[in-house]
Ligand binder design. Structure first.
Ligand code: SAM
Length: 322
């Protein structure tokens, strides 16, 4: 990581000197991140782990564990009792808590390894969860996680998931205006991954940011075409950059003006000071995770939700082929 580019970014983002110092300090001495789990079974009593106090927006099925807990090594993990994810992901997906449950169709456009799909499955109880992943190797991981975490295979008789490996443009052509909720957890410059000890070369470089912003615009534009009239689009990243995040949201509003940003009351305290519309940031200096961006949009156009063809679903499905 270039310390110069990080400093430049923080100069641009924070007029408050103290906030800027705290942001930079997160990189110089990263705080350990609390493990976090999403329960797929009902949590047992007694609880197998030491847990942290809850945040007001924390879904009931999510527990943030004390430092030192290793939920991935517990036998209940292999049994699929829960899925391990980071708390920033929970923050990003938390606008799902404001949406109607028991919807017909949820589509996760960028789904592997599966955290947001599992959150949508647990929080919204969709009839059909269509989890899509373009990268073949990652599709295998996604399907393995869905199966381990007890998500059944969809059929017209049974609520469940379908896994596809389609480019977002193809997805939009096959299933237009069909989804009550579409999730776009976009591939991004991944700046927050630095705080998880990962190497992310060039993640503050303007060329990287532009390349990612452009890729996200293509993905979110196609994702918008999947959303039924009245349905929702949730856009999330794990990066801090402004051309991604606020920039991509502004692009969406300009090119798809029927998509209105929706206020998420429980995230009011996290309103991004870098956007003039409802969108939310978790910063690393807030002490809850490495960071995330999230914005919820509603498709305000009028019309009917399109039905999904079972034949088309069967043709694309890779749930049992992985
Ligand atoms: C941030 S990750 C998704 C994480 C996942 N939602 C979760 O919660 O576990 C972004 C995903 O987008 C996929 N991706 C990369 N390029 C893409 C593209 N052009 N269109 C759609 N997805 C893409 C990546 O392979 C990656 O799996």
């Amino acid at each position: 990581m270039s310390a110069k580019l990080l400093k430049k970014f923080s100069d641009r983002c924070f007029s408050n000197l103290e906030e800027k110092e705290r942001f930079l300090a997160s990189f110089n001495s990263p705080a350990p991140l609390h493990p976090c789990i999403l329960w797929c079974d009902d949590p047992p009593d007694p609880h197998p782990f030491a847990i942290e106090p809850r945040e007001p927006w924390q879904p009931k099925r999510v527990d943030r564990l004390s430092i030192g807990e290793q939920p991935g090594k517990h036998p209940a993990h292999q049994r699929g009792a829960y899925y391990c994810l980071d708390f920033s992901s929970v923050f990003a997906a938390s606008p799902l808590l404001t949406l109607p449950e028991n919807v017909k169709v949820a589509i996760d456009v960028c789904a592997a390894p599966g955290g947001k799909s599992l959150l949508a499955w647990q929080l919204l109880h969709p009839q059909l969860l269509l989890s899509n992943e373009v990268v073949g190797k990652r599709l295998g991981t996604l399907v393995a996680n869905l199966k381990r975490c007890q998500v059944s295979h969809f059929s017209p008789e049974e609520r469940g998931a379908i896994a596809t490996q389609l480019d977002p443009q193809r997805l939009a052509e096959y299933f237009p205006e069909s989804a009550d909720i579409v999730l776009v957890d976009a591939p991004c410059s991944g700046q927050s991954l630095l705080l998880k000890g990962k190497k992310v070369p060039g993640c503050f470089h303007p060329v990287t940011l532009n390349r990612n912003a452009n890729r996200q615009k293509r993905i979110i534009g196609n994702a918008a075409r999947l959303v039924a009239p009245g349905g929702y689009l949730l856009y999330m990243t794990c990066t801090y950059s402004v051309p991604e995040n606020e920039g991509v949201c502004q692009w969406l509003q300009k090119h798809y003006p029927q998509f209105q940003p929706i206020e998420v009351a429980h995230l009011g305290a996290y309103q991004s000071h870098l956007g003039q519309f409802p969108c939310y940031r978790l910063w690393p200096q807030q002490g809850l995770g490495a960071g995330a961006f999230t914005a919820l949009f509603q498709n305000r156009s009028s019309g009917q939700q399109s039905a999904i063809s079972w034949e088309m679903l069967q043709e694309c499905d890779r749930f049992f082929r992985e």
